[in-house]
Design a protein around this ligand. Structure first.
Ligand SMILES: Nc1nc2c(ncn2[C@@H]2O[C@H](COP(=O)(O)OP(=O)(O)OP(=O)(O)O)[C@@H](O)[C@H]2O)c(=O)[nH]1
Length: 363
């Protein structure tokens, strides 16, 4: 044993872990009230997957949190400690609580391989997702794997078509717009034509999203966990995926939809940043009706001047990231920029013109 006086003078309060840190994936599970989120969590926790999973619940009010704790504890001793977030008054408190909960969780990190974070039925999952980008320190311990939205096959369409007062966003549509994966649940309660109509609507909102259909939230876990939706190493897959996306026809007036375009050549990184900031922060661009285009999710594979590697653009609400992927442009490969935008009041033609015009400005 070491002598006490051999201790260094300055002792860190918390021992830093040595060796390579294994990053823990976080999946955000969202969906409208009653869609089947708890059923999904229970299913994931009880399935055989050889993962030690921690669940974080993000609830309004104590009553429902308690109810939830009972429901989830049925899952058995797969996890005996879990965190309950109680005063979830949307954005700010979601963010603070979320951070604190995950920080606490990190202290017991060795115990977990995966974090599932369920947001309340009315919360904006974008705010929670943003949290993983804002806090750089956290970013080193956990990473956002994907956003999963559970949809009620029976009432989903009704939620999506609900008229909101002017300017307010339809939460059900926003949850789909943000999703990497949607699970249409309770298919036992609808007929084929209702299911097709709902699936088409989901697709028209989010042209990038993967759609699963199920009952009692029973899904193949390999399709839900480890999606790597924000992973720069997945640039090749994203590039292929973006090629397949089509601009959608709005399913409703003023609805959310997906638009996409491709512009050849290489662009200046500075001008690209200005364009993205004008779009996401300043809301500078307007559609034909004079309404500002509001982008909720953004993805792209771009060719930046003087860069040999393909660059991935990811955006959630007002946050975005530009990162080089490991993949280089091949010598004879035509350089180009493909972008996909999901949001409200979008007009693909206008936005493409704005993009081209912004890229031809002087740096
Ligand atoms: N018929 C039918 N009922 C289902 C299915 N999946 C879940 N349910 C029921 O739907 C109800 C709501 O499911 P939950 O999993 O609690 O939904 P939730 O999204 O967690 O609900 P909130 O926490 O209130 O937002 C429960 O009574 C479930 O048993 C299904 O596939 N078919």
């Amino acid at each position: 044993m070491e002598e006490e006086d051999e201790c260094p003078e300055l002792v860190p309060i918390k021992e830093k872990q040595t060796g390579p840190t294994v990053q823990i994936p976080v999946t955000i599970i969202t969906g409208y009230l009653g869609a089947g989120k708890t059923t999904l969590l229970n299913y994931i926790l009880t399935e055989q997957h050889n993962k030690r999973i921690a669940v974080i619940l993000n609830e309004f009010g104590e009553g429902s949190a308690l109810e939830k704790s009972l429901a989830v504890s049925q899952a058995g001793e797969l996890y005996e400690e879990w965190l309950e977030l109680r005063n979830g008054c949307l954005c700010c408190s979601v963010k603070d609580n979320g951070l604190k909960a995950i920080e606490n969780l990190m202290e017991k990190k060795g115990k977990f391989d995966y974090i599932l974070l369920e947001t309340t039925g009315l919360a904006d999952p974008g705010a929670v997702a943003s949290m993983f980008w804002v806090d750089a320190e956290l970013g080193s311990d956990v990473y956002l794997d994907g956003i999963v939205t559970v949809i009620d096959a029976k009432y989903g369409m009704q939620h999506l078509t609900e008229e909101k007062p002017e300017g307010l966003i339809n939460e059900a549509a926003r949850q789909i717009a943000l999703a990497d994966l949607t699970i249409i649940n309770k298919t036992d309660l609808v007929d084929d034509s209702e299911l097709v109509a709902l699936r088409d609507t989901v697709r028209s909102i989010n042209g990038l999203v993967k759609i699963l259909e199920t009952q009692k939230s029973r899904v193949d876990l390999s399709q839900v966990l480890d999606l790597h939706s924000f992973d720069i190493n997945d640039g090749v897959r994203l590039a292929e995926k973006l090629q397949l996306v089509k601009t959608s026809q709005p399913h409703l007036d003023k609805s959310m939809l997906t638009i996409t375009f491709e512009v050849p050549g290489s662009v200046s990184e500075d001008l690209l940043n200005i364009f993205v900031q004008d779009l996401l922060w300043e809301k500078t661009f307007k559609n034909k009706a004079g309404l500002p285009m509001a982008v909720i999710r953004l993805k792209g594979i771009l060719s930046i001047q003087q860069k040999q590697k393909k660059v991935m653009l990811q955006g959630v609400h007002e946050l975005y990231e530009l990162d080089e992927t490991p993949e280089s442009w091949a010598d004879h490969e035509p350089r180009s920029n493909r972008l996909v935008f999901i949001g409200r009041n979008l007009d693909g033609e206008i936005l493409k013109k704005e993009f081209i015009s912004a890229m031809s400005n002087k740096v």
